[in-house]
Each structure stands twice: as C-alpha cells, then as structure tokens.
Design a protein around this ligand. Structure first.
Ligand SMILES: C[S@@+](CC[C@H](N)C(=O)[O-])C[C@H]1O[C@@H](n2cnc3c(N)ncnc32)[C@H](O)[C@@H]1O
Length: 295
C-alpha cells in the first residue's frame, strides 16, 4: 500500500532555500518509487543537483564533502548524540548551575519579536530552543544527523516546533536576508573556516538584525580537558577558544564581546547594518568555498 503522501516543507520554507554553493533557488519534487515509497527532493535545475529530504529533514551535505576539523567533530557528535543532553545536564550540575540558567544568560541577548523567523546555526539537540518564546518561527541547521534526530525527539517532548536542516554552517542553504534573528552556540571554535561561517550568518540575516555567537573560552575548554576522552579531543585545538571578533567585518555595528557562566563562555554580538551596504557574494558552480566581499 502506498505511504501517506505528506509534503515535509511548506511553500514559504522552500522559497527561503538555496543551493549551498551556487545559491540558485530550489524546486520541490516528490516521487513514488516502484515499491510505493514516497521520496522528496529539492532540485537545483541549473547545476542539475538534487538534495534529498530524509524523514522531513533536507540533506545539504554529504559525508564526502566534510573534511578536516568539521569531519573530526562531526564524527564525535554522531557518536555522542544520544548522550549529549545527559552530559550537558551533568556538566551544568558540576559547574554549580542549571542548564536553564547558563543558557538564559546568553539567550537574553537575542531580540526575538512575535512572528520572527529565527535561525540557530548548529542547533544540536535543540537545547536553546526550549528557552525561547513560542511565538516565533524556528529553523535549526546542524552538520550531524544524529544531533538533529535527537533534536526532533526533544522538540516533540517539549511540544515545540522547528524546521531542521542537515548542512554546513560555512555554506548555509538559505537566501540572503532571510532571518530576523541568527545565532550560534557551541561549535564555531572548531569549525574549519570560522570566517566563512560568520559571513554566512551575516548574509542570511535581515539588515538590522542582531547576531549572537557563543562558545567556550580557554577557561571553559579547560573544564573539558579534565574529562577522559573529551580531553584528548579538545586539547590539540585549544588555541581556537577565543571570541572570533577579528573575523567580524568592520561594517558591522555594535560589536561587543563579554563572558558569561563565570568566564566559561564568550558571547559575541553585533548588528548587520540597515541601508545600502551590499554584501556581494561570489557564487560558484563547482565545489569550493563561498567567498564574500563587503562593498
Ligand atoms: C556543542 S554542540 C552545541 C549544540 C547546541 N547549539 C547547544 O547549544 O546545545 C555543537 C554542534 O555543532 C555542530 N557542528 C559542528 N560543526 C558544524 C558545522 N561545520 N556546521 C554546522 N554545525 C556544526 C555539531 O554537530 C553539534 O551539534
């Protein structure tokens, strides 16, 4: 018997989506296989590429595309996804606080209004979303499928909703100026290309939006270094643990860095200017880094 045919993405969401490298618009396509299975795709006609939608989640990155540090941390996150929430609660307890308290300390920087479109880059298991107002529309992207699966389970449990995407922060699959709020917590220290990720967050944010980037400080990382297993993973990249403020384009406004959770996390905020500042984007057809110049 044929599976129930239900479109995973709304027309409004599909209109926001773009090929992560060429930025061309994507077309939705559904097919029914010979064994009556319903399959969904996002199709880039110009570059003749198709991105599958698996279990309602568009897949914009394939394992072979992921290299370097991104590959190392994705492998770690795939393995640890089922235990991630437990460890977060445990570490929060060991640091003498609750998860709600330390998350709210940086989340209060966000300016979320009713009906806003909010994007969390590297949403993980969704731990931040439960502390944000229910009156906005949420979108979460992550490199690790296991984290997204756990996120979906959590969202059901918390009776919250968000549209999820499997993709790379360094090449976001969204149109320019799409989101009222863009934020990232807890991954950028170990990205291959922090600058590309910051430029992508700026590109997809609407002019006037405030952008928030949070990750561990050197001091925060030193907590993990004492943990068996985790220590080995983070020690070699420890020099990366500082707010990437030098990578924020000088045209951004109100650039501000402070620390939260007794110095364990840095919290970098800035605002994308309104008006006619143009972020010209070099669009590529072949596999390669997106490149931007603010002009
Ligand atoms: C420490 S978790 C943080 C999750 C969540 N933001 C939170 O606050 O609990 C880091 C997340 O970054 C994701 N990540 C790592 N590299 C990424 C990349 N290049 N693009 C998108 N997500 C990435 C991992 O899969 C993981 O879910």
């Amino acid at each position: 018997m044929q599976e129930e045919v239900k479109r995973s993405l709304s027309a409004e969401t599909i209109a926001l989506l773009r090929h992560p490298r060429t930025h061309e618009p994507l077309r939705y396509e559904a097919t029914v296989t010979e064994d009556d299975r319903f399959r969904e795709w996002l199709v880039a006609d110009e570059s003749a590429e198709r991105f599958p939608i698996e279990d309602g989640i568009p897949i914009f990155v394939q394992p072979d595309d992921i290299v370097g540090l991104n590959k190392k941390y994705r492998t770690f996150c795939e393995l640890s996804a089922p235990l991630y929430d437990f460890f977060i609660r445990l570490y929060s307890y060991l640091w003498g606080g609750s998860e709600a308290l330390w998350r709210q300390e940086f989340l209060r920087e966000l300016e979320i209004n009713e009906g806003d479109r909010v994007l969390e880059v590297s949403v993980g298991t969704g731990g931040n979303l439960r502390f944000l107002p229910e009156t906005a529309e949420y979108f979460g992207l992550d490199l690790t499928k296991g984290m997204l699966k756990q996120c979906r389970r959590n969202l059901r449990r918390w009776q919250r909703s968000a549209t999820l995407f499997n993709g790379d922060a360094e090449r976001l699959p969204f149109d320019d100026d799409s989101f009222d709020v863009v934020f990232h917590v807890g991954g950028i220290n170990f990205f291959n290309d922090q600058e590309a990720a910051i430029q992508e967050m700026i590109r997809v944010a609407k002019p006037g939006s405030k952008i928030l980037i949070v990750d561990e400080t050197d001091e925060g990382i030193s907590h993990y270094e004492k943990m068996p297993g985790l220590g080995l993973l983070v020690r070699s990249e420890r020099q990366a643990a500082k707010a990437p403020v030098d990578l924020v384009p000088s045209k951004m406004l109100d650039i501000y860095v402070n620390t939260v959770s007794n110095g364990a996390f840095y919290c970098l905020t800035f605002r994308k200017p309104r008006g006619n500042t143009v972020f010209s984007v070099r669009r590529e057809n072949s596999v390669g880094k997106n490149a931007y110049t603010a002009s």
